[in-house]
Design a protein around this ligand. Sequence first.
Ligand code: G4P
Length: 525
Amino acid sequence: MKLQEEIERRRTFAIVSHPDAGKTTLTEKFLLFGGAINVAGAVKSNKIKKTATSDFMEIEKQRGISVATSVMGFEYGGKKINILDTPGHQDFAEDTFRTLTAADSVIIVVDAAKGVEAQTRKLMNVCRMRKTPVMVFVNKMDRPAQDPFELLDEIERELEIHVHPLSWPIGMGSDFRGVYNRFDQTFRSFKGISKQTIGELVEYTDLKDPKFRKHIAPHEDRLDEELELIEGVYPDFVQADYLDGKTAPLFFGSALNNFGVRDILDCFVQVAPSPGPVETETRVVKPDEGKLSGFVFKIHANMDPKHRDRLAFIKIASGKFERNKGYTHVRSGRQVKFSSPTSFMAEKKSVIDVAYPGDIVGVHDTGTFKIGDSVTEGEKIRFNGIPSFSPELFRYVENADPMKFKQLARGLEQLMDEGVAQLFVSVANGRKIIGTVGALQFDVIQYRLEHEYGAKCRYEQFSMYKACWIETDHLEKLKDFRLRKYQQLATDKEGREVYMAESAYNLQMAQDKFPEIKFHFNSEF
Ligand code: G4P
């Protein structure tokens, strides 16, 4: 197959949701429909169990187990699908944000009873920023749910995107009969009592078919009315609007009961984008360029302290990746060769010989890679769009074992390269500050420093509201700002200037007082 054909048949996307909305269940059902697994429940997901929320070791163990399911590939409808799993736990939100940089599109799962929740809103902001095409799956229609029309309003309002319902629910809760697919004008349901398998397909294409009307009774008249109404408000689905990130096709369903799952999957393989051009600092890289390029968006540490190797995940942006071929690690300028690159099919990890744009390749890493690094055939390019987000929790970090100064410095540096947290240095006193999105990371860092690097750290409270990157052309103003905010200034690991606001009020004051200075909430502006 030619490179172009390989590119066109790839669909790399991330499934995201607020914890518990049904991301894991939907992922498993996709794998079931794709024939990649036979029984649901077999895939250990990236999900961090509720019971373990305060037990970070347990969480780290689960994260270790979940390496294999970070990416799940399978074939469906002639397409090669790569699902990027994202950690559901909100303390690992930064991981999820970064995973989105490797996704060519996103499916957002929303709980039909709870509607749009906090985490989903944040994730949508990232999609909007990157203009990533988004589809929505409204899950759990088999449970008492909000009125579908109200849900559409809420999703449009909260996610700030137009939605286009391509399926419509028939009944809900215990009276839920399934969904009518407006995209291919078919009603489908699957008979069977097991929730772990698919069951026998029941399909109707004629809305007037008496058998169909009996199947959905007593909702038949209501369905006619609602479909007419929907038709009036949402006439034609325009694929270009979806690809531009302006409209989100929306499907109702129940992942647990297989309703609506094949509907969204079938539509997805038809309309979702294959890998597109990627911006770098110097030029736009097109996937069909002959030469290989890719970037690291995730690094997963081995949880076994005796083997401190890591797995770096590279998203291929252009060209063909080949095993044992020499490539350039752009940041260091070093030549690298991968003798056992891995790819992921369903829950299995296997060594591959080639990979194409859209694919995710896992490579063994002994400390060479950092998040955002690029690999090429020699060209010095740096991909845009792997930003750090403003952390909201901060602590001073101190060495607790004077004999292990070097180990601490090295451990901190490597953990930051992995993207576990962000390290800042205070301009005023030179002290190191760790900034995170979730409180758990502090425990994780302390534990890992001790067990993987033999170093001990101590934290000291440092109460700040937010760190933001500052930028201006007005040097005089900047001087003035630096003078006045000296105590709140820090540098990030790249040496960029960061303002640590003590409160939302202080940030607002600073913004009002220094309109010439821009305050950015992610490191790529
Ligand atoms: P997450 O990855 O987004 O966190 O959610 P997950 O799929 O784990 O689903 C969360 C809970 O919701 C699970 O129940 C799951 O079985 C249930 N669920 C998912 N989809 C549906 C659906 O369409 N209808 C109904 N009624 N429930 C659904 P749990 O009790 O937390 O876990 P489990 O013991 O069933 O695994």
